[in-house]
Design a protein. Structure first.
Length: 195
């Protein structure tokens, strides 16, 4: 029987397998390192891109905050201008009210009634005067109640006084002035005149 020693053959095959395993191991390590490097590069690029987006968003937010502050300032200025405009419009409408009030009082005053003082506080008007009789004071109260400029007359006090040989009735009367809003057509006419 012939004996063949397979030991070197097995050692050669084992060495070949070891070499292939080492090559595969090196190839796997290189591939793994390449994949890790590419992953790290990709992730760092994405992080840089996101940081760029975040910085643009921060700049846009700062710019919007400035614009919002400017808008708030403009709103305050608009509110201030509108308040001033309202004051001017009120002064414009109130300018003729004193004349109209005195004219209305003169129209509603019956004969034999004389006013000593007129005091106005807001829309409330206090009238002090004298009349020949109590009936004339009642007529004055009735006339003021029917007036288009005055409303809610209240007789506070009436008393008899003697001046010279004449017996008269001194009275104190409170009446409210009607607040008239200018109509839209009046405002438009006023604008048309201003042009």
């Amino acid at each position: 029987m012939i004996r063949i020693n397979l030991l070197p053959h097995r050692q050669i095959k084992r060495a070949e397998r070891q070499r292939q395993f080492n090559l595969m191991l090196v190839a796997t390590v290189v591939a793994g390192a390449g994949i890790v490097f590419m992953g790290q590069t990709f992730i760092s690029a994405e992080i840089d891109t996101q940081k760029g987006r975040n910085s643009r968003l921060d700049l846009a937010t700062v710019q919007l905050d400035h614009e919002i502050a400017d808008i708030k300032q403009l709103k305050e200025q608009i509110r201030s201008v509108l308040d001033r405009k309202k004051v001017v419009e009120n002064l414009q409408s109130d300018r003729s009210q004193a004349v109209a009030l005195l004219d209305e009082l003169a129209r509603q005053l019956p004969e034999g009634v004389f006013l000593k003082s007129i005091k106005q506080q807001g829309t409330e008007i206090m009238l002090d005067g004298v009349a020949d009789t109590n009936a004339r004071v009642a007529t004055l109260v009735r006339n003021l109640g029917n007036s288009e400029w005055l409303e809610s007359p209240i007789l506070i006090e009436i008393k008899s006084v003697t001046s010279g040989n004449l017996k008269q009735s001194a009275f104190t009367l409170k009446v409210n002035q009607k607040v008239k809003k200018p109509a839209a057509t009046d405002v438009l006419k006023g604008r048309g005149k201003a042009r």
